[in-house]
Design a protein around this ligand. Structure first.
Ligand SMILES: Cc1ncc(COP(=O)(O)O)c(C=O)c1O
Length: 400
């Protein structure tokens, strides 16, 4: 007997991007931020890290049948480097690049990845302090990268980050500072205190004058995309649903596929929580806008009110649709994945793209709006596992 649980709850608000043009070339300005060529460095580096393993791409056939589409592919990042999220790739890669450049400045030549890992530069690295603000997953990656190469790490978290997420970063030796404000305020405090104390900010979000490191973070994510392309063999999906916080992930996915597949690229759909829809609000305004307030959502990794500037340079014309997803679709989608064969561990932020696809596919108006039909082949990114184990138990098994 099938243990499949249909995803029925949930509501979408779709905004079709008038600036999107499927015939537009990716172009050199966007390639300067992220390109398939640049991504090769990330692939060469990250595949040399200890315990590197390709993560699974699941073909969710029962869900595709239920949704009346041809395919639903789910890239499962719940096991990435034992950190349980795709973010392991980004922050730690940016730490690697920064440390290589730092040693290069001191000695006149950049060490290779293997030399950096060997511990031979530990005296030069032990006083270097990397820092960032995070809602959990990015900070875990930066802390892990710092530990891997032997430098120090100070992480800022906002008032709503769970104790479990804090402990996970402390387990990698990071000092964690909790502030009273929201995510965007933690970004600003981390930046101010880094400047005063000679720390290096490794942020996954970019702003005026600070773009190189976040671009490296996004390059790190492309390892997941290179894996997907190999796993799909020659198939190009018709749709990609990607959840967004500051938009760094969405920009990496959109930019990489746009550069690789050109005009054959899939329809690209950004998914955000209703309470933290800074990309949708910006797309409607035709320019960057900030969403204020508590940004209160179950999808902790997506609780961001300010778009990353470099991400916007790719998504402003690259994303076909910006949609918001209501909170009630999340638990159902996590349960559906847990009961799938094979069982898949998907955290609250991981399932947003899948949930949006299933909710859209179940409603004729949204189906039409997003061009979904029985020939559609949909890719979604399961960006995390149970990174907040207590909340996962509560939402999936009803255990409090
Ligand atoms: C699990 C998960 N998925 C998606 C995202 C969104 O990434 P971005 O902030 O780059 O848009 C995050 C961000 O922290 C995350 O933790």
């Amino acid at each position: 007997m099938s243990k499949w649980v249909p995803v029925q709850a949930g509501h979408l608000q779709c905004f079709h991007n008038p600036k999107a043009d499927s015939q537009m070339a990716y172009g050199t300005d966007r390639q300067a931020i992220l390109s398939v060529k640049k991504a090769k460095l990330a692939l060469d580096t990250i595949t040399r890290w200890p315990n590197y393993k390709v993560t699974p791409l699941h073909d969710l056939s029962a869900m595709a049948d239920q949704a009346n589409v041809k395919k639903v592919y789910y890239k499962d990042e719940s096991t990435r480097f034992g950190l349980k999220s795709f973010k392991a790739l980004g922050g730690a890669f940016a730490v690697t690049r920064f440390l290589q450049q730092h040693i290069g400045n001191l000695t006149g030549s950049e060490p290779s990845m293997d030399e950096l890992l060997s511990g031979q530069y530990k005296h030069q690295l032990k006083d270097v302090v990397v820092s960032c603000a995070t809602d959990g997953n990015h900070g875990r990656s930066v802390a892990w990268g710092a530990k891997m190469f032997g430098c120090q790490c100070i992480i800022y978290i906002h008032r709503d980050v769970s104790a479990g997420r804090q402990a996970a970063m402390e387990a990698y030796g990071a000092q964690v500072i909790r502030i009273a404000g929201n995510y965007d305020e933690s970004v600003r405090q981390a930046a101010t205190e880094a400047q005063a104390n000679n720390r290096v900010i490794i942020s996954d979000t970019s702003y005026e004058g600070y773009t190189e490191i976040p671009a490296n973070v996004a390059l790190g994510y492309t390892v997941m995309l290179a894996e997907i392309v190999a796993q799909l063999k020659d198939e190009i999906p018709t749709h990609v649903f990607v959840q967004a916080g500051v938009g760094g992930l969405a920009a990496a996915v959109c930019g990489y596929f746009w550069d690789l597949w050109g005009t054959q690229r899939p329809r690209f759909i950004v998914v955000e929580p209703e309470a933290a829809n800074c990309l949708q609000v910006s797309a409607k305004a035709g320019e960057l806008r900030v969403v204020e307030g508590d940004l209160d959502t179950l999808m902790a990794g997506l609780a961001c009110g300010e778009v990353s500037q470099i991400a916007w340079q790719i998504l402003a014309q690259g994303s076909d649709d910006f949609i918001t997803l209501s909170e009630d679709a999340i638990a159902e989608s996590m349960i559906a994945l847990q009961r799938n064969t094979p069982s898949i561990e998907g955290g609250e932020s991981a399932v947003a793209g899948l949930a949006a696809c299933l909710v859209a596919a179940g409603n004729s108006e949204w189906r039409e709006e997003l061009g979904l039909n029985d020939q559609s082949s949909v890719l979604v990114l399961g960006t995390e596992g149970a990174t907040d184990p207590e909340l996962y138990q509560q939402l999936v098994f009803g255990e409090v």
